[in-house]
Ligand binder design. Structure first.
Ligand SMILES: Cc1cc2nc3c(=O)[nH]c(=O)nc-3n(C[C@H](O)[C@H](O)[C@H](O)COP(=O)(O)O)c2cc1C
Length: 309
């Protein structure tokens, strides 16, 4: 079940998606309480844990409604609320360091230099196995346009982050672009070790009664089963466009969902929104994937990557 994702060794290909798993503490407790066997499931069954987005300074997040349910998914506008890197290191990372699994820190910022400064700060922390760069944040130096929607901005931010670390650097792509392969190639050329995809799909919700937008910002991010076909298509196109490995996500809940992403070209996968409906979705996937491989005569999980006929 072991795979390597851009230099990051994972004992199995199952990670959890940023922002849907906090820093793991609450889930660790739920896994303990929800375990039916005598041995509680430790977080270390995961191939890797991706933290919620962390920024240099504390961010207070979005005002008003932050989540809304949709048919087959959910919309969120959390606004990347987080306590900032110093509080993260003391409160979350120190605890994660005791959990015996690779920790990928998801980094966000308002300017390219903020990302690089944040990584430089995290370089002093031994518990960090790698970074996932969320390039869907608005770039204040560029009129608030998301870094991830322009190949040149994606390349610039990747290059600055690359210069700040030798640890595995995963660039997380947004699906809200005209051609995701163009951004993928730009990130690869600028030094990304791996790409993760997809971030949430832009959407909105309207309250008919009050004739108003549900989310203060108007736009929100759609996730869950509704976006799986979009994510699969993105993974399959990017797999053909770049040589670096891919971390696939978007609506993954079952073993078959995960296998579909691997076949489309992912080397590893992440469980996101599914953890909200079933907090044990990720560890069940770890076990289920191993059984599936045994039943199907798959000797190493890597055989499945890109193996679409
Ligand atoms: C509530 C929520 C918060 C999220 N926060 C982040 C974040 O901080 N950074 C990030 O890169 N992606 C964030 N995401 C996106 C997820 O990591 C993932 O890319 C997306 O939800 C698609 O996967 P899913 O359909 O399995 O949830 C968030 C998603 C949700 C639902």
């Amino acid at each position: 079940m072991q795979i390597t994702l851009g230099g990051l060794v994972m004992k199995n290909p199952v990670a959890v998606a940023s922002g849907t798993f906090g820093s793991g503490r609450e889930y660790a407790r739920l896994w303990e309480e929800g375990s039916t066997s005598q041995e509680p499931t430790p977080l270390s069954v995961l191939g890797a844990l991706t933290t919620k987005g962390v920024s240099l300074e504390p961010w207070s997040g979005a005002r008003g409604v932050r989540i809304a349910e949709t048919a087959s998914g959910m919309l969120n506008s959390i606004g990347l609320q987080n306590p900032g890197v110093e509080a993260f290191c003391v409160g979350d990372l120190a605890w994660l360091a005791t959990q015996d699994l690779p920790v990928i820190v998801n980094v966000c910022g308002r300017s390219a230099s903020e990302y690089a400064q944040l990584i430089s700060r995290l370089e002093t922390e031994e518990a960090v196995a790698g970074y996932e760069i969320n390039i869907s944040c608005p770039n204040v130096d560029c009129g608030g346009m998301a870094f991830g929607t322009s190949a040149s901005a994606a390349a610039e931010i990747t290059a600055l982050c690359r210069a700040a670390t030798r640890r595995p650097l995963i660039v997380k792509l947004s699906p809200n672009v005209t051609d995701i392969t163009e951004i993928a190639r730009a990130a690869e050329a600028a030094g990304a070790d791996a790409l993760s995809m997809i971030n949430t799909v832009a959407g909105m919700a309207v309250d008919a009664k009050t004739r108003s937008r549900v989310f203060d910002r108007g736009v929100a991010g759609l996730s869950g089963p509704a976006i799986k076909p979009i994510a699969l298509y993105a993974v399959s196109r990017v797999y053909k466009a770049v040589a670096v490995p891919l971390l696939g996500m978007g609506g993954i809940r079952t073993v078959v969902d995960a296998v579909e992403f691997l076949l489309a070209g992912a080397t590893a996968i992440a469980v996101g929104t599914a953890s909200f409906t079933d907090p044990l979705a990720a560890p069940q996937l770890v076990n289920g994937l191993a059984s599936w491989c045994r039943d199907e005569g798959v000797h190493t999980i890597g055989e499945l990557t890109g193996a679409l006929s």
